[in-house]
Write a protein that binds this ligand. Structure first.
Ligand SMILES: C[S@@+](CC[C@H](N)C(=O)[O-])C[C@H]1O[C@@H](n2cnc3c(N)ncnc32)[C@H](O)[C@@H]1O
Length: 187
């Protein structure tokens, strides 16, 4: 019986350490211009469907937070050519790296400023950012991504630019709220 007691204590202790560590990592991100706010599971599923991923695609989540979107995509689409997350927060990058160690699939996490990365090799992009950062990063993406690339932004849209990309809005009920998802396809 004593062993059961110690297992429960060890489990409780591990869960508390994990919860405090996670809260600390999330708290730190509020010093960033764009804080870490994870997207709801249902919204991730819908946004990823809008990306129409298929074998050989190169996927990136810009501002990947704790890496949940990258892990979800790599689990659902194991035949992608690459599956990458980029975040400028050291703590979230470290968390994503450690979480993916136990995950067992090939995913790639980079700690870098999204504005300094080179996007020419990706063709499917996931965004969940503030409107201000979105407008700026879309300009960079539209310059660098190959033709036909698809970008899906959750909840925040951008100005249409008919010369450079098509813009489509899809709506979905996410936990009782009607939310918009914006799909950009580069010409
Ligand atoms: C709203 S969270 C999105 C998290 C994740 N994509 C999700 O959907 O659950 C935005 C993320 O962008 C990151 N971020 C903010 N500015 C950035 C920058 N300049 N370069 C890279 N990442 C950035 C933040 O650290 C944060 O984790």
């Amino acid at each position: 019986m004593e062993i059961v007691y110690w297992i429960i204590v060890a489990l409780g202790y591990s869960i508390s350490v994990y919860a405090i560590g996670y809260a600390f990592v999330v708290g730190l991100s509020f010093f960033n211009d764009v804080p870490y706010v994870p997207l709801e599971r249902k919204a991730i599923k819908f946004a990823v469907e809008c990306l129409e991923l298929s074998k050989g695609d190169r996927f990136i989540d810009i501002g990947s937070g704790d890496g949940r979107v990258v892990r979800y995509v790599s689990g659902k689409y194991p035949r992608l050519k690459s599956c990458t997350g980029i975040d400028n927060s050291r703590a979230l990058w470290l968390y994503s790296k450690v979480a993916s160690l136990f995950y067992g699939r090939r995913v790639n996490f980079l700690r870098e400023d999204a504005f300094k990365h080179e996007y020419g090799k990706y063709n499917k992009v996931f965004l969940y950012l503030t409107p201000n950062m979105m407008d700026k990063i879309i300009k960079v993406l539209i310059e660098q991504l190959p033709k036909g690339s698809r970008i899906v932004s959750s909840y925040f849209g951008t100005k249409p630019d008919r010369k450079k990309y098509s813009l489509q809005e899809k709506k979905s009920n996410i936990n009782g709220k009607i939310r918009s998802f914006y799909i950009l396809t580069k010409y």
